[in-house]
Design a protein. Sequence first.
Length: 411
Amino acid sequence: MAQEPAPAPVIVAEVFERTVQPQATYVAEILPNRRAVIGSAVDGRVETFQVDAGQPVQQGDTLATILSATIRIELAAAEAERDLRDAERKELENGSLPEEIALAKAQLAAAQAAAEYAKSRLSRAETLYQAQAGLSAEEYGAVRSQSLRAAAALDEARNQLQLVEDGPRAEKLAQAEARFRMQEQVVAGIEDRIRKYTLRAPFEGFVSREQTEVGAWLKQGDAVAEVIEIDPVEVVVNVPETAISHVRLEHECEIQVAALPGRRFVGTVASIVPQGDSQSRSFPVKIRVPNPTEDPQSRLMPGMLARVTLPTGPESTSLLVPKDGLNLAGDAATAMKVVGDKVVAVPVRKGAAFGELIQVTSVDPDALQAGDTIVVRGNERLRPGQAVAIRNTIDSAEFLPETKNPARTQP
């Protein structure tokens, strides 16, 4: 009687069930999160240009300055005019000085004395003229005219004292205030123009392009430099219309970059552009990826090629097995299930891959279930019904892709 062959040594793993979502990897491009071309707001000659391409800048850093001597002279003149208007306004607000009031009272007293003297002379002149005592009509008229002038001067002195005591009218104060405010705006306008002669970085980032030099003449709108922000960066991927409905905002996805092998980057879907390409039938998806400066040699740079893994279908509860647990023959696949100390061939249909795991569906629904054991090492030489000796058991869950996104794999 022929001796049975010894059991084949194998390594096995357990079939387990998870809620998974099919995925696909797309080619993507890394772009800066923000890009700004800094242009001149005024005409003028470049006085200083303080940055080089590749240089880091902070928000508000000076990139270039334009000659501004002429406009600064205009500012000095406008400020002097403003100070003059302010002094005029304050003079009216403070009212009359005590000395001015005293002078007006003294002038009133003098006018009163002159009026009383003129009135007394007129009384004597009237007596003489009526008695025909040597006073002609012409002389009487002169005395009477002088008395009238003295009375008018007295009224003028009274009114002048009243004006001095009352101070300026409200309308005069309002006019002085308006002239001062108007000149303030003139000064503010010139100061705003002067600020335009200094070009500054609008945000923290890097100078990606120099577009002028010291001594160059700039016209309004001419470019001076380009500044980009690369922390975070923006990864743009075009997703086919068949899969775009499965991409969600805030979805966390994995990004691989050929230029940085071995590095793993995780980004978050920031926006889905609702306007697709009519030829490729794809929609741009923008993914924001943190890109700190801790290790400048391994940071993401705009222009690099990336690959992004995104969901392509709905979630479903499926069986997962290590890829090495399948024997492939064309489109057909077979898993060697351990039953007792022998193996049974179970035909399965392949699904989506998740790292080193693959989604499977048994052709016979009862032939393969969660908790079953399949061979993952040594299965390529096994025959159905052959005896096996388990040397080791692999934890299939260790092959799950590292991710914080519960939509991809859930226990």
